[in-house]
Write a protein that binds this ligand. Structure first.
Ligand code: SAH
Length: 249
């Protein structure tokens, strides 16, 4: 089994595959000034197993297309939708976020939590803009520096992992350059990382190792997760996900 398939096994039974929370979905919706009486057409891009998709479906009327590259994540979301009676509202689509079969100006809202980095923030927000109606909303979370300066070890690490990492002001500039008006933004809190993402992930290591513990790649993935969590705990005052709520002009 290759690294991707192993990662899928490790993450597929978790509610989230990145930091976030129900409270912050609500805050983003408030900043977007959505009208809960209206029906919206929404795309949730890089939805994973759909932790945030289900929250959106609970809070908004209309239709959500939940997009991910990996069918296994979407299968889990589909079973969850059946259990919650949400299958009519949430449709899944297995596709890559940089090659979407959507029509121009099809969506009122494009939502994407912790996922756009896969193709890069600048590329993603520019490409997705075509699919948003004029006046429609882009709500996107993205790894961001939350202070003006930071230790060199940290800066070097993230520049190596994701060269587009930037300050909140830098991310806002990229959105403005792409023709969006930023309606609001906030920083994800520690519980979004630890309680909602890292702790469930560390808990799923046990079962994962019981199944795949003889595999060197599986052991490496577990080791890498542990290091990532330690790194987060050490440097959490300097980086987080910024959540940006922007309107297409
Ligand atoms: N939004 C979810 C998942 C974030 S993890 C959450 O916050 O919990 C990032 C997601 O992006 C994963 O589900 C991964 O499968 C998906 N992904 C990675 N590359 C992708 C691509 N090119 N197109 C679509 N989805 C992709």
């Amino acid at each position: 089994m290759d690294e991707m398939e192993l990662m899928m096994h490790l993450h597929r039974n978790n509610k989230r595959q990145g930091p976030g929370s129900e409270e912050f979905v609500s805050l983003a919706l408030r900043l977007a000034k959505v009208d809960t009486d209206k029906s919206y057409k929404i795309a949730d891009i890089g939805c994973g197993t759909g932790g945030q998709t289900v929250v959106l479906a609970e809070k908004l009327k209309g239709e959500i297309i939940a997009v991910d590259l990996f069918g296994e994540f979407l299968e889990n979301l589909e079973s969850c939708c059946k259990e919650e009676n949400m299958s009519a509202q949430i449709k899944t689509l297995e596709a890559s976020m940089d090659s979407l079969p959507f029509d121009k100006e099809e969506f009122d809202i494009i939502w994407s939590e912790g996922a756009v980095y896969n193709i890069g923030f600048r590329k993603g927000i520019n490409y997705w803009k075509d699919f948003i109606k004029p006046g429609g909303i882009l709500a996107v979370s993205e790894l961001s520096w939350i202070t003006n300066s930071r230790p060199k070890e940290l800066e070097d690490f993230w520049n190596g992992e994701y060269s587009e990492i930037d300050t909140v002001a830098g991310k806002i500039r990229v959105l403005e350059e792409a023709g969006y008006k930023v309606l609001g933004h906030f920083i994800l809190s520690e519980d979004c990382w630890l309680d909602n993402y890292y702790i469930p992930l560390l808990e799923s290591h046990k079962g994962f190792l019981e199944k795949f513990g003889d595999d060197e790649t599986a052991k490496m993935i577990v080791e890498r997760d542990i290091q990532e969590v330690d790194f987060y705990k050490k440097y959490k005052d300097y980086y987080s996900y910024g959540f940006y709520i922007a309107q297409k002009l």
